[in-house]
Design a binder for this molecule. Structure first.
Ligand code: SF4
Length: 302
């Protein structure tokens, strides 16, 4: 038996357990884009002459972020959208996703800039992964990538740096910070305030469940890499992902509730934990909160 869309007579392609709605392709796309527009309007108000850098890996999340930002803002002559990608140097994984990223930017007619760990930091992720390390590979990758992305965004005069974090990422991070008792990091999850030297981060997909991001990419036939990085697998995050997915199955809406609770709490938390003093790294000059930035520390530059 065909299940009909809640809003029209067409065949449904998804059942949103948390909303109780079956949706057809058209109404699913509308629902995703409506939520993204609301998030952008509420948390990251777009201003005249904004230059929006979109961090693009070629995976589903960042590709959907670029596609939707371009769809909702691409016809505004006063707004520039630029895709920025990082080649971390991960053999057998990153070259393919970068190819797909190029394909998407060419289709959309969006300027695309690519920089590499090798050129910017003198090492590849494969080099770092093979070394004796104190931390997981993703800790190195995340810190180095953030520092290059921020620099690239500054270089092109970006006023916002969009990332593809989805609802699952955000809910996992909220829970992860609770489990670690890391409230300083928790506060940093809030919609950001302007700080000189750091481009404002924006997460337009923070209210879209990961499965819906994947489905949105599929129904729009976006060129997207669905493979997984060989270094993926932060142990605690993996456990939290499983736990949250089980909760979501048994109690639909759990991920949204977790994020809504965090959004209500974060203002009060920020008053208790004011932001750290902003400094310039004495090695590389990047903006950071200590004498030496995280990237220089991880690379052993002293
Ligand atoms: Fe980098 Fe980890 Fe992501 Fe791989 S999974 S690209 S190592 S952050």
């Amino acid at each position: 038996m065909t299940i009909k869309c809640k809003k029209c007579n067409h065949e449904a392609i998804i059942f949103q357990k948390y909303s109780g709605m079956h949706l057809c392709k058209k109404h699913f796309i509308e629902d995703v884009e409506r939520k993204i527009k609301l998030t952008v309007r509420k948390d990251y108000s777009i201003r005249k002459n904004d230059v929006i850098a979109v961090a693009l890996s070629g995976g589903k999340d960042s590709s959907v972020a670029l596609y939707v930002m371009h769809k909702i803002l691409g016809n505004r002559p006063d707004i520039q959208i630029v895709a920025v990608s990082i080649d971390e140097g991960i053999h057998g994984y990153r070259p393919h996703s970068l190819e797909l990223a190029k394909k998407l930017t060419e289709t959309l007619g969006v300027r695309h800039i690519i920089k590499s760990f090798k050129d910017e930091h003198g090492v590849t992720m494969d080099d770092l992964a093979a070394m004796d390390r104190e931390k997981g590979a993703c800790s190195y990758c995340g810190v180095l990538r953030k520092s290059i992305l921020n620099r690239m965004a500054l270089e092109i005069g970006a006023t916002k740096l969009v990332t593809g974090h989805n609802l699952d990422d955000e809910a996992q991070t909220v829970l992860l910070n609770h489990f670690r008792g890391d409230m300083e990091r928790m506060v940093r999850l809030a919609p950001p305030v302007a700080v000189e030297g750091l481009v404002l981060r924006a997460k337009p997909l923070r209210n879209i469940p990961e499965k819906e991001v994947a489905l949105y990419a599929l129904v729009n036939s976006l060129p997207v890499d669905f493979s997984e990085c060989p270094y993926a697998g932060e142990a605690l995050r993996g456990e939290i992902r499983e736990l949250l997915n089980n909760f979501e199955t048994n109690h639909p809406g759990t991920k949204y509730s977790l994020l809504r609770g965090f959004d209500k709490l974060v203002g009060a938390l920020a008053k208790e934990l004011p932001p750290a003093k902003i400094e310039k790294c004495r090695i590389c000059g990047n903006t950071c909160t200590e004498d030496i930035c995280q990237a220089c520390k991880l690379l052993g530059r002293t």
